[in-house]
Design a protein around this ligand. Sequence first.
Ligand SMILES: Cc1cc2nc3c(=O)[nH]c(=O)nc-3n(C[C@H](O)[C@H](O)[C@H](O)COP(=O)(O)OP(=O)(O)OC[C@H]3O[C@@H](n4cnc5c(N)ncnc54)[C@H](O)[C@@H]3O)c2cc1C
Length: 267
Amino acid sequence: MKPARFDYHAPERLDEVLELLADDEHDVRVIAGGQSLVPMMNFRLAVPEVLVDLRRVEGLHQVEIDAGGALEVGAAVTQARVLRDARIKDGWPLLHEGISHIGHPQIRSRGTVCGCLAHHDPHGELPALAVALDAELVVAGPHGRRTIPAEDFFASYYEVALEPGELLVAARFPALAPHTGWGFAEITRRRGDFALVGVACILPPGGEPRLAFFGVGDTPVLVTDPTAISESVAPLDDLHASAQYRREAAVTLGEMVVAQARERSGA
Ligand SMILES: Cc1cc2nc3c(=O)[nH]c(=O)nc-3n(C[C@H](O)[C@H](O)[C@H](O)COP(=O)(O)OP(=O)(O)OC[C@H]3O[C@@H](n4cnc5c(N)ncnc54)[C@H](O)[C@@H]3O)c2cc1C
């Protein structure tokens, strides 16, 4: 099927984007990489009347490390660009590894990091990566800017804490302390598929692991006590796997990534 008719805007400034998003009489949506939105429009699961393209907007293309060592990824930055960045591979290896499991190179060459976060498929890698890495989401809207911790951003399937008229302008990942361990694992039927179950893990030196599971609930599930994984996750049965399978797989993957993280931290 083809999408329904829509108006298309490709502004160059953020204030123009926010002005277009402030129109509450029409269904206005931003389009970033289009890798989720366009299929949904083709199936008429989304029928926006106005599309606002982010790709030409100044100030959304940054991949920057600030004076405090935090990484900021702007809303127009593709997953492929993050994968090519050696600073990220060295400084945030968990982010690099997790993103390498998203779809295929064709998807990653257009799909954006912030698009995955704003879209929030709970089977996707990036929401869980953001929670494990204790990221902050930078949002701009009619009342200015605000920052939302990743743990508070994901509300339910395809729902996030953005208010009407707000745009996710960047994701900020804090620097990791030296000797931080990390682990990542997911189960997919084929490489590039959405995960049946997955987990991203950070182990700060001398601290407790932060395990963020995906595919086991309607948001990423954060677990800091690896002995409590089974009680913490809330998977559902679906066509692809039973809830029981997902729960057992979560426990196994969780133990695996904690072991990976311990080995990498040298602890
Ligand atoms: C074959 C295939 C396989 C895939 N496999 C995976 C996978 O394994 N794992 C995975 O996680 N994803 C997967 N995806 C989805 C892909 O990663 C998308 O890139 C991602 O979900 C959305 O990013 P996007 O930039 O393409 O966003 P778009 O499709 O442009 O937008 C998606 C939604 O987010 C909104 N949005 C986008 N950017 C912003 C913003 N900055 N602020 C507010 N709202 C915004 C849009 O309005 C829209 O509602 C796959 C897609 C395909 C087609």
